[in-house]
Design a protein around this ligand. Structure first.
Ligand code: IMP
Length: 197
């Protein structure tokens, strides 16, 4: 299947390709007027609402004829820290750009309960049908920055069952087997292959 991914995040595109291309799907970046799409961030505390809003925006950016032939993929994700009541959550991107990894480590410096999770919501629009899938990856916020792989919070995110490695210390394929994005894309590819499930 030809899947057009509407994202401005090249790392998300790489990870989607890592997962979906071996399954026979071709993942391309949505480019409009030479740029990836620039979404209006809806005011919502729910990833699902944000992802569905972005999916509708992506469809509206395309003409009817283009939409008819393509599957349009949108994904929204974030890091939810238990002891901070889910912060930064839907604000993960903004918080990363403003206070960064050091800011999160500082916020957590006195905290012994370091459990958190990454969440992803994936929305695929295909021939007027919407497929929505989700993925969660539980883990802990580390004490220090470890590794320089992945993106965003990966160097401080230690997934459960990872033998003490952060996502920042893993290869793309290692991360994909454990990650929220990998799980959400797995559910998506199953839904595409077996539409009635
Ligand atoms: P959005 O989905 O484009 O709104 O951005 C999600 C934000 O959450 C990213 O910019 C990262 O800061 C963070 N995030 C989501 N998934 C990951 C991941 O797999 N690794 C690291 N950070 C992530």
């Amino acid at each position: 299947m030809r899947i057009i991914f509407a994202t401005g995040n090249s790392k998300k595109l790489d990870e989607a390709r890592e997962y979906l291309e071996p399954l026979g799907h071709n993942v391309e970046l949505l480019i409009i007027d030479g740029q990836p799409p620039d979404f209006i961030e809806p005011q919502s505390s729910e990833l699902m609402e944000v992802a569905i809003s972005k999916s509708k925006q992506a469809i509206n950016m395309l003409s009817e004829s283009e939409v008819m032939n393509c599957a349009i993929l949108v994904e929204d994700s974030g890091l939810f820290i238990d002891s901070l009541n889910g912060f930064p959550g839907v604000y993960s991107s903004y918080v990363f750009e403003t206070i960064g990894l050091d800011g999160i480590l500082k916020l957590m410096s006195e905290e012994r309960k370091r459990h958190c999770e990454y969440r992803a919501v994936t929305v695929l629009m295909m021939n007027g049908t919407r497929i929505v899938t989700t993925g969660v990856c539980r883990g802990k916020i580390g004490e220090n920055i470890c590794g320089d792989g992945g993106f965003g919070y990966d160097p401080i995110f230690f997934p459960d069952d990872s033998n003490g490695l952060s996502f920042g210390q893993m290869s793309k394929s290692q991360k994909s087997t454990l990650s929220h994005r990998g799980k959400s894309l797995k559910a998506l590819s199953e839904a595409i292959t077996h539409p009635s499930m």
